[in-house]
Write a protein that binds this ligand. Structure first.
Ligand SMILES: [Zn+2]
Length: 532
């Protein structure tokens, strides 16, 4: 990935962990070089020199920072593999990997030995994987005591403790507090049999826009937007349930209500929700950078804190992206609903809208193509979905946040029927790569006023490293200038027609890439459903 000085400096100011290992910064006044995530004070732009790797920085006379330890940055060199491994292990541990299974199992899933895993985590974080897991458990337990109505025994289990006794002992030892005292110190629980928690974020948050985006793509039976709330069913591990999310008035937080059946997988569910609503973003930094472009300034002003919605389930999003090839958002939503009805297991919820959990990769990997085509899914798309399902069921592809995007995109592109647009869209929403950019998206090309994907890509250079956010702004905007001089006239006129309808703004948002300027490989060059 290329990273010019401006891009690097923006990432440095944001201390964006997603750019860790992609560049290093040498500070001319101190002669020290750092990772972009270094906690030292950010130097002024004129004191920074950027290097693609540590060796280059050293050749230019810079010494490694003792605080951020450039040697630990993830990247491509063999030594960096250790930090990369540690980072991914930490993400899985935070999502509860060591609560559900042991270190041996986690190591096996990550294709390393448990010894390698232990060593990598210790080297990167200075604590063992078990200690890391324990800190996560204690912090979650503390939150549950303060925020939820769960009885102590359930708090212990939901946080990942094997027993209440162990929970009590560790809590006292680490925080000097008795769990029951923490509970009684707060106002008495308001009752109710569901789990209730809050998730915080950095303001502003463009909630209505976020909700509208999700509403337009809500798969019937699995998701729904009702009033100001987002609802969905959940299937994580063996746990089945539902959740509801809405903003907390007057606070920079979202209120989350969950079925108590999800308590055993709570860390995983919460970590996924943070991705769905992009709660760890730095809107201050991202907005001010994007607003510097006059094409985006107006959009940023209208929707400050616009987020890039992530995927609750990578496979669900992947299937959805394939279904969205060359059809409207509404058509893709209809097909996804039929697929859920046919292949998703039924689930009990208090909401009439929520009836099914999302179909699993193994279910769709084994599904006869005829059962999918009968739902109105094109043969080529059904084959593509099955290929993706097989790759994911077999562990060849993981559509998880935090994974390095390049190798995943490479593997996705090897699947017949997945082209640049589909892979970029998956990277944008499922891998949560902030610089992902589907340059072949016709909605974007028209909104920006570019002549071709290549021209759009060039214009988008200045939006790095947050091109995904720029794309969201254009999709979100209702201002779509009409163009008629495009190469693919047939497609354009079809879209222009649908845009002329006095439809609500949602109709025009085409984040699922309804129409491609260039047909996807293997999907039949002449196929273009949008022109119907
Ligand atoms: Zn440093």
């Amino acid at each position: 990935m290329t990273c010019d000085d401006q891009t690097c400096y923006r990432a440095l100011v944001a201390r964006d962990v997603r750019f860790d290992g992609l560049f290093f910064v040498g500070v001319t006044t101190t002669g020290i070089y750092c990772r972009p995530v270094c906690t030292a004070r950010t130097p002024g732009r004129d004191r920074c020199r950027f290097f693609a790797n540590a060796a280059l920085a050293e050749r230019n006379g810079f010494r490694p920072c003792l605080r951020c330890r450039p040697e630990l940055a993830p990247g491509h060199a063999p030594i960096d593999a250790v930090a990369n491994l540690a980072r991914h292990a930490a993400a899985r541990i935070e999502a509860g990997a060591l609560n559900d299974g042991g270190i041996e199992q986690l190591a096996a899933e990550m294709h390393v030995s448990s010894r390698q895993l232990r060593r990598a985590v210790t080297q990167e974080f200075g604590v063992s994987p078990v200690e890391l897991a324990q800190t996560n458990r204690l912090l979650l337990a503390k939150r549950l005591l303060v925020e939820s109505n769960l009885p102590l025994i359930d708090v212990a289990h939901a946080s990942g403790f094997a027993s209440v006794r162990r929970f009590n002992a560790l809590f006292r030892q680490h925080y000097g507090l008795v769990p029951s005292r923490v509970r009684s110190a707060r106002r008495s629980a308001t009752g109710g049999e569901h789990l209730k928690l809050t998730l915080t974020y950095r303001p502003p948050l463009a909630w209505p826009e976020l909700l509208r985006f999700l509403a337009g793509r809500a798969t019937a039976g699995i998701e729904a937007v009702v009033g100001d709330s987002y609802l969905r069913t959940v299937a994580v591990g063996d746990a089945r349930g539902w959740l509801r999310v809405e903003p907390v008035p007057g606070k920079h937080a979202l209120f989350v209500e969950l079925a108590t059946s999800l308590a055993p997988v709570l860390p995983r569910v919460l970590s996924r929700l943070r991705h769905v609503f992009d709660l760890s973003a730095r809107p201050d930094v991202i907005d001010s950078h994007l607003a510097a472009d006059k094409r985006l300034a107006e959009f940023v002003e209208r929707a400050p804190g616009l987020r890039v919605p992530g995927a609750f389930c990578g496979f669900e999003l992947g299937v959805r992206a394939i279904l969205g090839q060359q059809v409207s958002v509404a058509a893709a939503t209809t097909l996804a609903g039929r697929l859920a009805q046919k292949f998703g297991d039924p689930v009990e919820t208090p909401f009439p809208q929520l009836t099914r959990v999302t179909p699993t990769p193994s279910r769709l990997a084994a599904a006869p193509l005829s059962e999918m085509t009968r739902l109105g899914i094109l043969q080529s798309r059904a084959e593509c979905i099955r290929e993706l399902a097989r790759a994911m069921a077999g562990g060849m592809i993981a559509l998880e946040p935090g994974a390095a995007p390049e190798p995943v995109i490479e593997r996705l592109l090897a699947i017949r029927g997945i082209g640049d647009w589909t892979a970029s869209y998956m990277a944008l929403r499922a891998l949560r790569w902030p610089d992902a950019f589907p340059a072949g998206d016709l909605g974007l090309i028209r909104a920006v006023g570019a002549k071709s994907p290549a021209a759009l890509r060039e214009m988008a250079e200045t939006w790095r490293p947050w091109r995904a956010y720029a794309a969201m702004h254009f999709w979100n905007s209702s201002v779509v200038p009409a163009r008629s001089d495009h190469a693919n006239e047939r497609v354009l006129s079809a879209v222009a027609q649908s845009d002329r309808k006095p439809a609500p703004r949602l109709r025009r948002r085409r984040a699922d890439g309804p129409v491609h300027v260039r047909p996807q490989r293997g999907t039949g060059a002449g196929t273009n459903m949008a022109s119907r």
